[in-house]
Design a protein around this ligand. Structure first.
Ligand code: NAP
Length: 283
């Protein structure tokens, strides 16, 4: 690579890991409400600020990790979250049309009727978040150089302990039960090896859509039990429940799951297995 990377949203789960994977490269990293060392404050809904940031940094690559990733928030506030999830990246895309635009999408672009999915399967979102991701993918595809990375169930070190693993660990450690959807399939994705793969794909000049997901597709309950076992916690506190009972507004794709075959073919390897990562996290 060698050229400047603008990493937008470097304080989030994915953003922090990508920042670490970029190492000593020439990186300008932005944050929103959670300051990071050496970072630049940027609200991606502030079009003038986004344009000014891009004019100052003149990036060769923009990695867009900032988003409103909460599916329920998108369902309840479609227009407010559209400004973050689609308009923000659109402003960046137009401000530097020749840059390589790297965005993160999701298995929620699919309806979950017939997973697991590969990159060539047609998209068919069933909730607002999924529709926004389809719009983001189309936006990225309009850039001459772009990468769309569909990811799922990302977990790893996270100071804010917001991802599924830490939420579950913290509940079970406190002796509390944890409701887990019994009818959803995910592809647990190790944040650190995801970030390394993102940098490898950029370095190789890869373009197009990749399922940058872990090597194993499993039910959420199975993943929850894997976490409990790795951390030596009581699996009996995990309560499998059908999604309809969880009071969620947005529909969830049931049989989703992302095949990582293209990623493996391109890189010659996949991401870390959930078990390997969980063992490290539990140390
Ligand atoms: N995590 C997953 O399992 C998963 C699965 C599929 C797809 N994805 C996608 O992966 C990407 C990264 O997700 P993540 O898990 O890293 O989410 P995250 O931890 O919530 O990080 C998102 C970041 O976006 C920032 N942000 C939100 N609104 C902003 C605004 N107006 N201006 C600037 N920054 C803003 C947040 O900053 P503040 O908190 O300071 O506002 C936060 O640091 C997203 O596109 C998400 O949809 C994630």
């Amino acid at each position: 690579m060698g050229d400047r990377v603008l990493l937008i949203g470097a304080a989030g789960l994915v953003g922090r890991h990508v920042r670490a994977a970029l190492g000593e490269r020439d990186v300008v990293a932005t944050f929103h409400s959670d300051p990071i060392e050496g970072g630049v404050a940027l609200d991606i809904t502030d079009a003038a600020a986004v344009r000014a940031c891009i004019a100052e940094t003149a990036p060769d690559t923009i990695v867009f990790a900032a988003a409103e990733p909460y599916v329920e928030a998108c369902e309840s506030d479609p227009s407010g979250t559209w400004r973050v999830n689609v308009e923000g990246p659109a402003i960046a895309r137009l401000a530097v049309p020749d840059a390589n635009l790297v965005v993160f999408s999701s298995e929620y672009v699919f309806d979950g009727a017939r997973g697991p999915y590969c990159e060539t399967d047609p998209v068919s979102p069933i909730n607002v978040y999924g529709m926004q991701k389809v719009a983001l993918e189309e936006l990225a595809a309009s850039a001459p150089r772009h990468l769309v990375l569909r990811i799922s169930g990302v977990f790893g070190q996270e100071a804010r302990r917001r991802n599924f693993v830490w939420q579950l660990v913290d509940r079970l450690r406190a002796g509390k039960t944890f409701d887990v959807p019994s009818d959803q399939v995910i592809t647990p994705t190790d944040a650190a090896s995801l970030a390394t793969a993102v940098v490898e794909l950029i370095d190789r000049g890869a373009s197009g859509t990749f399922h940058a997901a872990g090597p194993e597709i499993m039910g959420r309950v199975e993943f929850a039990r894997l976490i409990a076992r790795a951390f030596g916690l009581d699996e009996g506190l995990i309560v499998p429940r059908p999604t309809v009972e969880l009071g969620l507004t947005a529909k969830r794709p049931a049989s989703a799951g992302l095949s990582d075959a293209k990623l493996r073919d391109t890189l010659g390897h996949g991401l870390r297995t959930p078990t390997d990562t969980l063992v490290d996290l539990a140390r």
